[in-house]
Design a protein around this ligand. Structure first.
Ligand code: CP
Ligand code: NVA
Length: 331
């Protein structure tokens, strides 16, 4: 399997830590790993290595993707719920990082503060992969881009609308990642939820050398013009659940429903979501919000979520193949 030599030993804390060429290489490697997996080709290239998976927030896909990817590569992955270990509580992040770096060949971290993942990378001496912080979710975008490539033939053919909470980790990653790669991205969000100015400035700076087309607007019709991909995420991210009613009030016009999808004049408009999604009343949280506050928190309707142009589970599967490419290339 080809390897992008420049990635060896590097951490992936922000999507834009890697160059456009390095990201495109990773997507190619992920495609090859996907073919290997589908054809039962053994690829235990990293036998004997150990990685730590540290989770301060809950996860289904990211945890599973790292675990299966590591197993397929012949490695051992050790899971830590952050409440099980000393990190930040009775031991500094620095001291924990130094110790973990002496035991493990790589560390995945999901948590609240982005500075923790930065400190782990600074002090562990091994590659650290950001599995989501309040600010950014870089491994998600790798899977999203592989999925768009599979559906549209190239990531550069897509006009992508990210609609919903414009300030969250997924929106920030799309904004910066698209700007660096040179994509056509529209961040569609109400004025109150516009991305942090520091990300807007960075995106425009990155776009100068990539020819990216960036639109950040509250105007749904303008954003949807010619869109081939409509992407959304939950309206209250992990840790923000108590402000859900405020978010529903701001975002209900931005729900992804058939009417919104039809605003694009393109024939095929794909629906994407990082998952988990609220699209029905089959979750405890959706039922609680409905019963106690009398509101619907669904960022997407069940109809669109289950439609033939919804590619959310292909995206979810691609988390594993892309994370495998990332582990393989950085170790
Ligand atoms: N998309 C994503 O990160 O899913 P999990 O929260 O289940 O890991
Ligand atoms: N923005 C969401 C993404 C979940 C994968 C959150 O942080 O909860």
């Amino acid at each position: 399997m080809q390897k992008t030599l420049s990635l060896k030993g590097r951490s992936f804390l922000r999507f834009v830590d890697f160059s456009k060429e390095e990201i495109l290489d990773l997507i190619d490697i992920a495609e090859k790993f996907k073919t290997y997996k589908k054809n039962g080709v053994v690829h235990k290239y990293l036998e004997g290595k150990n990685i730590a998976l540290i989770f301060e927030k809950t996860s289904t896909r990211t945890r599973v993707a790292f675990t299966i990817a590591a197993n397929d590569l012949g490695m051992n992955a050790e899971f830590f719920n952050v409440s099980d270990i000393q990190l930040s509580k009775k031991e500094s992040v620095e001291d924990t990082a130094i110790f973990l770096g002496s035991m493990f060949d790589g560390i995945e971290y999901r948590g609240f503060s982005h500075s923790v993942v930065e400190q782990l990378a600074e002090f562990s001496g091994v590659p650290v992969w950001n599995g989501l912080t309040d600010d950014l979710h870089p491994t998600q975008l790798l899977a999203d881009l592989l999925t768009i490539k599979e559906k549209l033939g190239s990531i550069f053919n897509a006009k992508i609308v990210y609609i919903g909470d414009g300030r969250n980790n997924v929106a920030n990653t799309w904004l910066l990642g698209s700007a660096m790669l040179g994509l056509d991205i529209r961040i569609c969000t109400p004025d109150a939820l516009m991305p942090d100015n520091k990300y807007i400035v960075e995106a425009h700076e990155l776009a100068k050398s990539s020819d990216a087309k960036i639109l950040i607007s509250s105007n749904i019709e303008q954003c949807m013009e010619g869109a081939n991909v409509v992407y959304t995420d939950v309206w209250a991210s992990m840790g923000e659940e108590d402000i859900i009613s405020e978010r529903v009030a701001l975002l209900k016009e931005y729900q992804v429903n058939s009417e919104l999808m039809n605003l694009s004049n393109e024939e095929n408009v794909y629906f994407m979501h990082c998952l988990p999604a609220f699209h029905d009343l089959n979750t405890d949280f959706a039922v609680k919000v409905k019963n106690e506050l009398g509101i619907d928190l669904s960022e997407v309707t069940d109809e669109v979520f289950r439609s033939k142009n919804s590619i959310v589970f292909q995206q979810a599967e691609n988390r594993m193949h892309t994370i495998k490419a990332l582990i393989y290339s950085t170790l």
